[in-house]
Design a binder for this molecule. Structure first.
Ligand code: PRP
Length: 209
């Protein structure tokens, strides 16, 4: 009997859009009820399983083969630096990774203090791209507070509508990366499940978005 293909999906913002796209591609994974705390689901024929993980953990599940495929934001892929194959831009969940702060904050001399939920991305941007010394301060949320209360000069964070920056008097100072949801595949499954993975990629690519 063929073993089921397992998908890891991000809980939260991307999950509904990811499920919609999978259904459109004919990957029927049932409908997880919002009322339960259940995280793992499978279709009736046993062809496909999927689970909802914390967004930043999706590449980890895929890297270790607990999931064959995953749908994750490009931000978590860049930050996680996991060994997975990124095979398709799913063209939803668009947003940008930016440097933001009070106007002119990048003009200050010397080492910058940079607060971010994405320390790898922030380090790569300042050290490698800008060749600038920076102290990277890891935060877990509400990063926009950091420049206001004097924890950091700038932040590296996601901007979607721009409402949070605007409400806190911050502006975009530079763009780091364009982000969207991506399909990632475990390196072993890429070989052992080549046909099925290729078919899923084809069908997801063909879906209107
Ligand atoms: C994200 C991000 C920004 C905000 C951007 O935070 O880190 O703070 O959304 O969205 P906007 O441009 O539409 O205002 P999230 O809501 O995930 O909360 P968190 O800061 O607590 O992680």
């Amino acid at each position: 009997m063929t073993r089921p293909i397992t998908f890891a999906l991000s809980k939260g913002r991307l999950s509904e859009l990811a499920l919609e796209r999978l259904r459109c591609a004919g990957v029927e994974c049932g409908s997880p009820s919002k009322r339960t705390r259940k995280l793992f689901f499978e279709d009736e024929e046993g062809l496909c399983k999927f689970f909802l993980a914390k967004a930043s953990d999706v590449p980890t599940y895929v890297e270790h083969g607990a999931a064959d495929l995953g749908i994750a934001g490009k931000d978590t892929i860049l930050e996680g630096q996991k060994s997975v194959c990124e095979v398709l831009d799913l063209d939803f969940g668009h947003c940008r990774m930016v440097v933001a702060g009070l106007p002119g904050a990048l003009n200050r001399e010397g080492a910058l203090r940079v607060a971010s939920k994405y320390p790898h991305i922030a380090r790569d941007y300042f050290f490698n791209k800008r060749k600038r010394t920076a102290e990277i301060i890891k935060l877990h949320g509400s990063v926009e507070l950091a420049p206001i209360v004097g924890l950091a000069d700038v932040i590296v964070d996601i901007v979607e509508t721009g409402a949070t920056l605007k409400a806190n008097g911050l502006v975009i100072l530079d763009e780091v990366a364009e982000l969207s949801a991506r399909l990632i595949v475990n390196r072993v499954s890429m070989k052992t499940e080549r046909e099925r993975v290729a078919d899923i990629i084809r069908r997801l690519r063909a879906c209107p978005h």
